[in-house]
Design a protein around this ligand. Sequence first.
Ligand code: C5P
Length: 310
Amino acid sequence: MRVTVPSFAKLNLDLRVLSKRADGYHELRTIFQTISLRDSLGIEFARAKRTNIELDSSVDIADNLVVRAAKLMLDHLRINAEVRFALTKRIPMGAGMGGGSSNAAATLIALPALAGQSIPFAQLSALAEALGSDVPFFLHGGTALGLGRGSELYPLPDLGQHHAIVVSTGIHVSTVEAYKALHRGVTNALTSEAESPILREFQAIAWLLESAHLEELTVKNDFEPVVFQIHPALAAVVRKLRRLGAKPAMMTGSGSAVFGVFESGLAARRAAEAFGASITYPVRFVNRRQYRSLWRRALGGAAALSCFGK
Ligand code: C5P
């Protein structure tokens, strides 16, 4: 069996980092959004006596999450298979766009379908969470609220067909370093759990998503102050996006990609020209319905997609 599946990128439309937890992770409140920028993952699958997993990637990535996800899923299904992946990367890496996590989720969704097996959603999300905090979100897509490590997810209302541009300068920000940086500095940059005004502010945004326009909301990413201090060039990109009319304009995840949302495709394209094509990605928001239908189309009648419901 051979399929080619999409693997979409995400943006964080809001991201608050609360305290560090006993398990070493940070407690988050975030709003995830899938966007049209996507990698493509070709998969050739055949049952075999022994498992053999091969990956041909357009970019060399050490310890690729696709291979880890495939091993985890085959073990879970208790089957052996010959699996060949062909990964075409378009999502910038180390940019806060969830590219690796999305590739892992794509593998987890596709393999049971190719094996003709369905797997209960709770098990699928547990496997996703074991691979990384951002992986479970890509089992759903659209607009979602992320709690805990970012892997406890609830649906939020669709935000409509927004046009945005993502500017990825190639600056690499290590996620682990970005979390550490939140603990340094004169004032603790972490949103304190005791600071309920901040949690109330976040709640207000989640509720307002349904009725207010995205451009009216005061969204925030707690990583911005610490990452912009280390890389002032990123703050300059955000300022430029704002001057060009983006609202909001902000960083995604722990960076380094920043994005701006525009009121039309034309405004977005004009802004993209001001940055240069090599670092700019014009994108649209992908809602849950579109996300699922693109997945269904890719897998055809391969199997029930337990994560996407009926
Ligand atoms: O879950 P994932 O492997 O993507 O996380 C990478 C690193 O980011 C973790 O090892 C941890 O240092 C940090 N992290 C965190 N709190 C989160 C998510 C990630 O501290 N909620």
